[in-house]
Design a protein around this ligand. Structure first.
Ligand code: NAD
Length: 260
């Protein structure tokens, strides 16, 4: 239904050489958008990933290195992209520790990459969206943007901050053809999550199914992971005309987590 309706639009997706960011980039490209992939590395395989994606979907796909922990590099990413009709703030990291033992450098890195980067890229992208007369800001927050878990103080603080930033961005652009929303995933099956399964099986002496159901998805009532394709599809929907009046809100893709 959404076939190629984003032809001529440029999407910049931060943290998109793997996982959810790559999945979102792929679905936006499938819908016809030119895409800019990003991470902090500058390997041949990063550029090859963009080339493959571009060829597969018949769009222009580029990879631009920029470290989302650094404000000037966040802004330079948007500048180098040249156009940014769709901004997906997705880059993120995690660290788990009790608040009184949380290493300050980990706190600072999580706030910088998961929250501050979205401020810098949004600030740089809004003038381009205004000049183009259309724009979408899509922030990948988390169920942890709406609820909390112990030992994730920096992550939960950053993701709640992202939801707040989303609301302010939406209010400041409310009378323009620009929307800002946050997608709040529950547990998503990414290569990183998949890689944790064997160790967790050993640790708890459980089979794969038990680990997934009782450990990883303990708080996800559907007992199924969300997929990167579903998150990409949600981003594509937010870019559609059906979503023109959806702004300043959160869309949970969490199998019922936040209904509990
Ligand atoms: P991932 O580790 O596969 O992806 C994170 C991406 O961010 C990677 O491309 C990585 O290279 C990039 N990145 C990390 N540090 C960076 C930096 N300094 N500069 C630029 N890029 C950087 O993880 P993911 O699960 O795909 O996570 C993507 C987003 O989704 C994150 O914001 C995460 O908090 C959020 N999220 C993930 C889940 C989940 O279950 N996987 C659930 C809710 C929210």
């Amino acid at each position: 239904m959404f076939q190629k309706f984003l032809t001529g639009k440029t999407a910049v997706i931060t943290g998109s050489n793997s996982g959810i960011g790559l999945g979102v980039a792929e679905e936006l490209a499938r819908a016809g958008a030119d895409v800019v992939l990003n991470s902090f590395t500058d390997r041949d395989e990063d550029h090859a990933l963009a080339e493959k994606l571009g060829k597969e979907h018949g769009v222009t796909a580029r990879y631009i290195k920029a470290d989302m922990s650094k404000g000037d590099e966040c802004r330079a990413l948007i500048e180098q992209a040249g156009a940014c009709d769709i901004l997906v703030n997705n880059a993120g990291i995690q660290h788990v520790a009790p608040v009184d033992e949380f290493p300050t450098e980990k706190w600072d890195a999580i706030i910088a990459i998961n929250l501050n980067s979205a401020f810098h890229t949004t600030a740089a992208a809004l003038p381009l969206m205004r000049a183009a007369g259309w724009g979408r800001v899509i922030n990948v927050a988390s169920a942890h943007g709406l609820t909390a878990s112990p030992y994730k103080s920096a992550y939960v603080a950053a993701k709640h901050g992202v939801v707040g930033l989303t609301k302010v961005t939406a209010l400041e652009t409310a009378e323009e053809p620009i929307t800002a929303n946050a997608i709040c995933p529950g547990y998503v099956l990414t290569p990183l999550v998949e890689a944790q399964i064997p160790d967790t099986m050993k640790k708890y002496n459980m089979d794969r199914d038990e680990v997934v159901r009782n450990v990883m998805l303990a708080r996800q009532p559907s007992k199924e992971f969300a997929t990167v394709q579903q998150l990409g599809g949600t981003a594509v929907f937010l870019c559609s005309a059906a979503a023109d009046q959806i702004t300043g809100t959160t869309i949970s893709v969490d199998g019922g987590w936040t209904a509990l």
